[in-house]
Write a protein that binds this ligand. Structure first.
Ligand code: ZN
Length: 151
């Protein structure tokens, strides 16, 4: 196993065991349930936005495979406190990375440690697991109550 693969496995395991921001947010402004029919993952995203347009709080709950949960956990930790507009840019980069359209090493980007998910592009059935929480977040910001990776 390569070093980056090993790191990937460790991070996925860690976020599964100790998911960050794993809680229901009773006063959330936006709530969106994401569903990935391909794998059976369900991830609900809770978002609050402050008057300046920043994501002031972000959490999730749900049932899903290790990749969908780890991705949701890392996404919430990474985006909390960031402006919505930046979150949209990061979503686009992340989505293009996991679908293989964008090589994060080829140009400057905002992905930081999220580049760990780059290897997902090799496993087409896992792409939707990794991007589920992101689709749910984008749905929430568009005031939708549900989002599907099939859409
Ligand atoms: Zn999955």
């Amino acid at each position: 196993m390569s070093r980056s693969n090993e790191l990937y496995q460790q991070v996925i395991l860690d976020h599964n065991k100790n998911p960050r921001n794993y809680r229901e947010m009773a006063d959330a402004a936006y709530v969106c349930e994401g569903h990935n029919p391909l794998c059976g993952d369900h991830i609900t995203i809770y978002v609050n936005v402050d008057p300046e347009g920043r994501i002031s709080d972000l959490s999730f709950q749900g049932n899903g495979c290790a990749i969908s949960k780890a991705s949701a956990s890392m996404m919430t930790a990474f985006l909390k406190g960031k402006p919505i507009e930046e979150a949209r840019v990061i979503f686009k980069e992340f989505h293009e990375m996991v679908t293989g359209e964008f090589d994060p090493k080829s140009r400057e980007n905002h992905l930081g440690k999220l580049t760990l998910f780059e290897g997902v592009k090799e496993y087409s059935s896992r792409i939707k697991c990794a991007s589920l929480a992101w689709h749910a977040l984008m749905g929430a910001l568009e005031k939708k109550t549900s989002a599907s990776t099939e859409a």
